[in-house]
Design a protein around this ligand. Structure first.
Ligand SMILES: N[C@@H](CCC[C@H](N)C(=O)O)C(=O)O
Length: 331
């Protein structure tokens, strides 16, 4: 891989690269599980990722490799190549790869697709959309508020004068089976403080979808948690048919919550925007917090509001550019 100075003219992922992907995708369809760095050395993978210009951004340390695909119909790399790009030792390093693709709706400016660091594709990413909002604004002129299509529907970020981004994240999905989870629902059809056991420990989970699935688990002391054991056990728990992002939350006050996240497809990350939104909703449903609160994550703070009149959630936080480069693994 080579990283080039940001002043150098960037080469974009080209549609011409796409025909090369077809045999690669076909052969990779037979590979199972998370590819090891050695598996990434298969020639077909290298062909698929011959050269990808990218810009690295992060939102509170939740870091992403962003690729300008405005002239393409689909991501120019396979999920396996995206996973290789995210590798922190053998690749660029990141919690995911985000592609800025053409809009799906006439009123939208672009659409977002994202692969997690294991190559799986989530519907939405809160920190990622703040990063994409600033990345896209660096590529072409936009209004301060504009619309980005995602697999979870249209999302509207607003670029604030101080460089932060406030995002209208839409309405939370509370219906249990739609999250999706098979945990028992209350009379309103919502999973609130439902018992769940994993890795020999008992918890209570409140489940919320922000387009992607979340389970918030309130604990007395985040630091006492066997996070590395229970996180992956809950992520892949049979009660979550699409797996789940797991937020462990300590209530510091009714307007200040502290959380640690184990993300679906990425493991422990320094921050999760959709997770912060979901846990605020969960805290309100459990009567633990007000509808507006600061959420402190390992990488810093987000401000989340669940607006009573509209039922919509807004998330405000930073998104920062780190460096530009070209991903070009050696043959
Ligand atoms: N870090 C993200 C969430 C990314 C997707 C997640 N891992 C999933 O699979 O749903 C955020 O900031 O929301």
């Amino acid at each position: 891989m080579e990283c080039e100075a940001s002043s150098k003219k960037k080469k974009k992922a080209t549609p011409e690269a796409l025909p090369m992907l077809v045999p690669c995708i076909a052969s990779l369809a037979f590979s199972v599980g998370r590819p090891s760095p050695r598996q990434h050395a298969f020639p077909c993978v290298r062909m698929a990722a011959e050269e990808v210009a990218f810009t690295k951004y992060h939102g509170l340390g939740n870091d992403f490799v962003l690729v300008d695909c405005r002239e393409l119909d689909a991501p120019p790399v396979t999920p396996e190549v995206a996973a290789a790009m995210c590798d922190r030792n053998f690749g660029v390093g990141g919690d995911g790869v985000i592609f800025a693709l053409p809009p799906q709706q006439p009123e939208s400016m672009c659409s977002m697709r994202i692969y997690n660091s294991d190559g799986s594709e989530p519907e939405m990413c809160g920190n990622g959309i703040r990063c994409l909002a600033r990345f896209f604004a660096s590529l072409q002129k936009v209004e301060p508020t504009y619309t980005i299509d995602t697999l979870a529907g249209p999302i509207r970020p607003t670029l604030l004068p101080d460089g932060a981004v406030k995002v209208d994240m839409g309405e939370p999905i509370l219906d249990g089976p739609s999250v999706p989870t098979t945990l028992p629902v209350n009379d309103d059809g919502v999973v609130v403080a439902a018992p769940i056991s994993a890795a020999g420990a008992d918890f209570r989970a409140t489940c919320v979808s922000m387009g992607n699935p979340h389970a918030a688990i309130f604990v007395d002391d985040l630091d006492a948690l066997d996070f590395e054991t229970v996180g992956p056990a809950l992520e892949s728990h049979p009660a979550f048919p699409a797996k789940c992002n797991i937020e462990f939350v300590q209530v510091l006050s009714r307007t200040h919550l502290r959380m640690k996240v184990w993300e679906r497809g990425a493991g422990p990350t320094l921050a999760c925007g959709t997770g912060a939104c979901a846990l605020l909703v969960a805290a309100v449903l459990e009567g633990r917090a007000e509808r507006a609160a600061t959420v402190s994550l390992p990488g810093g703070d987000l401000f989340i509001e669940w607006h009573e009149g509209t039922n919509r959630i807004s998330m405000t936080g930073p998104a920062l550019r780190v460096f530009d480069g070209t991903y070009r693994p050696e043959q």
